[in-house]
Design a protein. Structure first.
Length: 139
């Protein structure tokens, strides 16, 4: 059964491919990812692989936050990468987590699914938190 948050991610991936003016065949040739797998991503059946996300980001300057629904900008300005976040006192734990997730795909998918569901269920809370942090930065 497809989860709603996978469908939203899939829709964003399809928008990106449409914006590029690319067919599934062209994307397949550029990435080496099969058409059926790409279709699974866009239909929300599977989460996109790290390889695919990295390709979109590095080659086409795709804003990864757009894919996961937290930013309306599809593309970063040329040459701009997503900024590396500062995790402060949690940096070591976050780096350990990222290292683990890069080696255990099932764990990555579980965490991404939880994260997407959390964002959907707590959209207003997150929005208010970010607004509060922005106001703190201006003060």
């Amino acid at each position: 059964m497809r989860e709603a948050h996978f469908i939203n991610i899939g829709l964003q991936l399809k928008k990106i491919r449409d914006q590029l003016g690319w067919t599934m065949d062209i994307m397949n040739k550029a990435t080496g990812i099969s058409r059926s797998y790409l279709s699974d991503f866009e239909r929300g059946v599977k989460l996109p692989t790290a390889k695919y996300l990295k390709y979109l980001h590095d080659t086409h300057h795709v804003n990864l936050d757009f894919i996961f629904g937290s930013d309306n900008r599809m593309l970063n300005p040329l040459g701009e990468k997503n900024p590396k976040p500062d995790f402060g006192k949690h940096s070591e734990e976050i780096n350990d987590l990222l290292s683990f997730l890069s080696r255990v795909p099932h764990a990555l998918y579980a965490i991404l699914a939880f994260f997407a569901e959390y964002k959907i269920n707590n959209k207003q809370l997150i929005k208010q938190y970010l607004l509060d942090k922005e106001e703190e930065g201006k003060a």
